[in-house]
Design a protein around this ligand. Structure first.
Ligand code: UDP
Length: 244
């Protein structure tokens, strides 16, 4: 492999929303979508990139939605966190089907189903080339899996956090509603916060900012973008420390 073909990152944290696994469905997991994502992730791993994944649960349950319908918020968030464990197991299965070793590590104890999250053990898995899926968010109600992704990325010293969504970056307004919406190539954390751009919740952005963790937003439905991004192409939108 020549220098120019080397991956730009040694260790990444990939945040996949539950919706990313849903494809065109209204609920649950689309087997074709999860298999394709698993193949793309496995390709990165085969290049020697250490890959950790945080999966959301929005394709099954979101705590805020259940609470709005009258459920106790903490119970609802527990259900949301368990939904991320189910997604994690599905991703583990999909990765094993393409020949990669994977460990699901949960922030809430459910260790007959998957491992408990222990940072040092997670680092060991990564060093051995296993893909690690961090499930159950932060383990606490009132948080999101975006915040869990920032937290885990910082804990494992990831070089970058990649938020794979349904849109190919951050726009000044909703690109589905406005044909003239402009995509940002680059933003600072503070711009995201002050302009209230819908990248991630404020807690997640502040954690990235305070720990200087670069964040890239890309479209998981554009096949090959993940690999291009890892190889250094300026895919999507980069959020990083202000250059001035
Ligand atoms: N959740 C939580 N604590 C966390 C992370 C997640 O309580 O640290 C719950 C919360 O109810 C949330 C649900 O899990 O709505 C699913 O996560 P999220 O909404 O972030 O999933 P995504 O939007 O990425 O699919």
């Amino acid at each position: 492999m020549s220098e120019s073909q080397r991956p730009s990152f040694k260790r990444i944290l990939l945040k996949l929303s539950g919706e990313a696994l849903m494809g065109e469905q209204d609920y649950g997991i689309d087997p074709d979508v999860i298999s394709r994502v698993a193949r793309e992730v496995a390709d990165l791993s085969r290049l020697g990139v250490e890959v950790a994944i945080v999966i959301g649960g929005g394709n099954i349950f979101r705590g805020a939605g259940l609470a709005q319908a009258g459920m106790d918020r903490v119970t609802a968030d527990h259900m949301g966190m368990l939904a991320t464990v189910m997604n994690g197991l599905a991703m583990q299965d999909a990765l094993e089907n393409v020949g990669k070793f994977c460990r699901v590590m949960s922030a809430i104890k459910i260790n007959q189903v998957c491992e408990d999250y222990i940072r040092r053990r997670a680092l060991r898995h990564l060093e051995k080339g296993r893909i690690v899926v961090f499930a159950a968010g932060t383990g606490n109600p009132f948080f999101t899996t975006d915040t869990a992704a920032s937290l885990r990325a910082i804990e494992i010293n990831a070089d970058i956090m990649i938020k794979a969504t349904k849109v190919d970056g951050v726009y000044d307004r909703d690109p589905k509603r406005y044909a003239d919406a402009q995509r940002f190539e680059r933003l600072s954390y503070d711009e995201v916060l002050t302009r209230r751009l819908e990248v991630m919740d404020a807690t997640a952005i502040v954690m990235c900012r305070d720990n200087n963790l670069p964040l890239r937003i890309c479209n998981i439905f554009k096949e090959g973008d993940l690999m291009r991004l890892i190889m250094g192409e300026p895919i999507g939108t980069l959020v990083e420390r202000s250059q001035t």
